[in-house]
Design a protein around this ligand. Sequence first.
Ligand code: BTN
Length: 245
Amino acid sequence: IGKMIHYQETVESTQKIAHQLANEGVQEGTLVVAEEQISGKGRLMRSWHSPKFSGIWMSLILRPKIPVHEAPQLTLLAAVAVAQAIEDTTDLKPQIKWPNDILVNRKKVVGILTEMQAESDRIHSVIIGIGMNINQQLEDFPEELQEKASSLFIESGELISRSTVIQRALLRLEHLYDLYLEEGFKPIKDLWESYAISLGQVIRASTVNDTIVGKALGITDAGVLLLEDEKGTVHSIYSADIEIQ
Ligand code: BTN
């Protein structure tokens, strides 16, 4: 992973470039990195604030031979790898909020966006986009984000080398991906649960047309979140915005 790196100072979105490269057939493990994104993309059609030189904006191309419905597992894998890379670099204690926000002291420092290209049930490529807030100061964030978002610098008080974090994240990603290809999702799921912030707690999951409040029971082997509502009905959540109550 990361043997081929496509670097550009300014891009619209590293996701877009990664999609193009994937279509051109570049090798698995190719990474796209930029210093700045003009229109960084977040989950659920949101934008992602990606100012110059202060964060890590990167997209990784994978081509796993797995069925389409198992692709969310890779998002959880990426979240674990990034949490480990944060622990390798700082004394901070990262936690993961389902599916893949990484929080430090309850504030979001990393977002992950996974997109897939597939034909029928065959995956052509999975693009894992990772946005890490590294050296921003609080006033660098737009006002509406200042309560919820943070950076490793704000939380640790230390300026952090972005290239070191990238190296460590790639090492961790490679290790976990090999483990996943050899042993399947189980070891990844166990690791993910050890970082999970909301399991066992009552949370509110908002999807496009519904809101479900319930206790987070855990994740399935496909990476889907299970929520038990007050009537005892268990709901499978594939994609939602999660608020911890
Ligand atoms: C989220 O909404 O939490 C996911 C944010 C993902 C942001 C990253 S930054 C690198 C890659 N390129 C993008 O445009 N988005 C992802």
